[in-house]
Design a protein around this ligand. Sequence first.
Ligand SMILES: *Cc1c(COP(=O)(O)O)cnc(C)c1O
Length: 393
Amino acid sequence: MKKDTKIISAGRAKKWTKGVVNPPLVRASTVVFDSVAEMKHATRNRANQVMFYGRRGTDTSFAFQEAMVEMEGGVGCALYPSGTAAISNAILSFVKSGDHILMVDTAYEPTRDFCGKMLANLGVSTTYYDPMIGEGIRDLIQPNTRVLFLESPGSLTMEVQDVPTLARIAHESDITVMLDNTWASPLNFDPFAHGVDISIQAATKYIVGHSDVMMGTATANAAHWPQLRENSYIMGQCTSPDDIYLAMRGLRTIGVRMRQHQENALKVANWLAQREEVDHIRHPAFATCPGHEFFKRDFSGSNGLFSFVLNRGNDEALTALLDGMHHFKMGYSWGGFESLILAVNNVQGLRSVTQWRAAGPLMRVHVGLEDPDDLIADLEQGFARFNQVLAKG
Ligand SMILES: *Cc1c(COP(=O)(O)O)cnc(C)c1O
């Protein structure tokens, strides 16, 4: 079945929908039983899509978990109140004091903070690695390395990793391979076909798709699902059925939304590539993006999120560019229907083992579903304000 068809049917088995189109919203803390036999049945099957207690989920979560497995692969999917909770709980589920993990240097900032502030206190050490390290990862593996964590493409700078090579080498040493797969969403990269054991999504982004819910998912293969599920449950991770309902509603349109984000973003990126203020484009579909060859080999599409590097600029000029924007608002998230822009002056402060060298600041944009001609006009006026300030100085 093609992904576009799966999007429509995923998680809509009759046992969840009871015959209506969408699985109903089931809110619960307490689940009540009429007989000892019923209670025993629920207790025995509490990890297996039978309602037992609200924290284990209701039919609404079971339907969405099943949908995620149908979309992404693996055998089970744990839900979390944010993408960040999915990342920290997935890692915590597989390490103990004295262990070591390998973390990609281009990881999302809170992921880095979790390693530096939480794991370090628990006696778990972290070695950062260059996203483009490839075979070189072998030299960083220690006898106590338990987790190899990837994020592809990387946050802000967008390096695409050679996931199959990294996973193959990690598996030679029985290391669990986790991937922050948020950029691809469940549509554009098949984590399990590329050797990943646990695939993490900030569902907050394209799955929800409307900038109104925080949620995370971690989908695991058979070897890792029971440990991920039980340890996340022990840590009290659960997600509101109302939010899950919205995430499942978002999922139904992710295919058409992402194709339009992709088309709009490519139009804007191609326009930016011709601007004399722009040094280069950091979009996986562009040859100027490190790992472009892995994007071409492994991904089936892109979306609205990319970066570009300016060849000049100062704070005052950037402020003039950003302050007058009509459609691109400044915001830290992405994946909703609206366009966003961010200027990142301190990329190097978010890196430990890779060098960031650029003539000017890095700009990260999320291209929304507006008409791209209006977005280009917005950027063009922004560059005019930017150049005016630089000409004065
Ligand atoms: C936003 C994001 C997260 C975190 O998701 P939240 O739901 O905001 O906690 C994790 N990874 C990536 C790549 C993200 O962009």
